[in-house]
Structure formats: C-alpha cells, structure tokens
Design a protein around this ligand. Structure first.
Ligand code: NDP
Length: 243
C-alpha cells in the first residue's frame, strides 16, 4: 500500500476507530475526527506525524469546513475521505420526537452531505481521490423501527449516486459501504423513542423488548456477528481495487 492521506469522521469508536488503527499500522497518514478525542489521542503514541486528531461534530457546517482545511494544511493534501459518523434511532415513525428526528437527519444525512461538500474542492485540486460513505444494509432495505435511519441511509445513497457521476471526470471515485449488524457501540448509542402502547404487541414491540428487555447485554452484543475490524479491512480493500 502506498502512503496516502485519509480523512475519517466518527473515528472515536467502532468501525471508524478500527479503520484508523488499521491505516496507521499500514503506514498511512490519518486525519481522525470525532466529537470525543480521548480514544484517538490514546492512539497517537508511536505514530508521531502519521496521525492528526481534531474535534469535529458533523452537525456544525462551519467546523467541518475549518477542520477539513486544517487537515489539508497539516498534510498538504487529502486522498481518501471516509465519511463514517452516524447513529441510529429506534422507534416507530410517529414515536420519534421532533428533536430526535432533526438530530438523525442532521448527523446521518446533512452531516454526510456537508462533509462531501467540504472535501470535494480539495480532492479536485489534488487531481483526484476517493470518498467512502458508510451506508448500511439499511440503505437498501427498510427495517421496522428504523424508518428514520433507513431514510438517512437511502438518502445518502441517492446523494452519492448522483455525486459519483459529477466527480468521475475529476478522477474522484465514490464508494458506498453497506455493512449488516456489526459489533460496535452502535447499539449503545442507539436513541430510543418513547413508545406508544399501540406498537407494543407487534413486531416493533418484540424488537424493542429484545434490545431493552431482560436480556444479558453481553449476549445481545455477541449475537451481532459483524466484526468492525473486518469492515475496516473491507473499506481499505475497496479503495485498493477501485479504478
Ligand atoms: P459507533 O457508535 O461505534 O460509532 C459511531 C461514530 O460516529 C462514533 O465514533 C461517534 O463519535 C461518531 N458520531 C456520532 N455522532 C456524531 C456527530 N454528530 N459528529 C461527529 N461524529 C459523530 O458505531 P459504528 O462504528 O457501528 O458506526 C459507524 C457507521 O457505520 C455509522 O454511520 C453507522 O450508521 C454505520 N453502520 C453500522 C452498523 C452496525 O451494525 N454497527 C451497520 C451498518 C452501518 P463521537 O461520539 O465521538 O462523535
């Protein structure tokens, strides 16, 4: 693998964290961003100039532009951008509060669009590169209780299908990654809507019971079989084989 500069959002845990570790171990340069910095700062030991860490909340459009510009100043260029930050909301469409609805769209859809808008000029100026967006099987198939999450993942797939055509002539490729259930902090960060009784005897009630009921959390965690390190490996491999 030749040494390139990667920009990663949501790098503090799960897939983003495993990806950052893998890239550093492979000799790549990484601008790793997240709201939480401690897990990333702990990685810095031993990687010196390879790793640059910055706080970034992807709901802050001005901060996205500033941090992207700072990363380019720090490393001189960007080659691969992994737009990974995201979280899920569990609840029927009518159960989710207006505040949570807005947050879901802000992070997973608008945040991802804003990251793309901020990095594209730099990739174009650098003569090309690749943007990888973390979608999900939920970007292809709807899941009960995840309608808003599904809406963001379907939405971002539409955005990137269009953008991929716009960027091809500049040598900028786009990759959508669609993992299934992966053992990360995703379920711990899942926002639960306040249930209304009408749903409790149906499929959503059962899903909710499994996630929040009297189930050993470790057992639940282990029942999700996807390995975040393998997803990270797949991201790197997808970049290697892309034209
Ligand atoms: P994690 O919860 O472990 O990681 C999510 C990351 O997103 C965290 O590092 C978090 O960091 C960051 N994040 C959340 N909100 C924001 C925000 N407003 N601004 C910046 N960063 C934010 O879960 P995963 O690693 O599983 O999730 C990574 C991606 O993979 C997501 O897009 C998710 O939708 C997708 N995915 C996950 C699957 C799974 O089963 N785990 C399956 C399919 C797709 P911090 O809180 O520090 O900002």
């Amino acid at each position: 693998m030749t040494s390139r500069t990667w920009f990663v959002t949501g790098a503090a845990s799960g897939i983003g964290y495993e990806l950052t570790r893998l890239l550093l171990a492979s000799g790549e340069r990484v601008a790793a961003t997240s709201r939480r910095l401690e897990p990333l700062e702990a990685l810095a030991t031993g990687y010196g100039d390879q790793l640059w860490v910055a706080a970034l909340d992807v709901t802050d459009a001005a901060a996205i532009r500033r941090v992207v510009n700072d990363a380019v100043t720090r490393f001189g260029r960007l080659d691969v951008v992994v737009s990974n930050a995201g979280f899920g909301v569990l609840g029927a469409a009518e159960e989710v509060s207006e505040e949570v609805l807005q947050s879901q769209i802000e992070v997973n859809l608008l945040g991802a669009i804003r990251v793309a808008r901020a990095v594209i000029p730099h990739l174009r100026a650098g003569g090309g590169g690749r943007i990888v967006r973390m979608s999900s099987t939920g970007g292809q198939v709807g899941d009960p209780g995840m309608s808003l999450y599904n809406a963001t993942k379907f939405g971002i797939e539409g955005f990137y299908e269009s953008v991929a055509i716009e960027l091809a002539e500049f040598g900028i490729g786009v990759t959508l990654i669609e993992p299934g259930g992966t053992r990360t902090d995703f379920n711990r960060h899942l926002v639960l809507a306040t249930p209304i009784p009408a749903y409790e005897n149906g499929v959503l009630g059962q899903i909710r019971g499994m996630l929040t009921g009297d189930v050993d959390p470790e057992l639940l965690r282990r029942s999700v079989t996807g390995d975040p390190a393998k997803v990270a490996r797949a991201i790197v491999d997808s970049v290697e084989v892309s034209p």
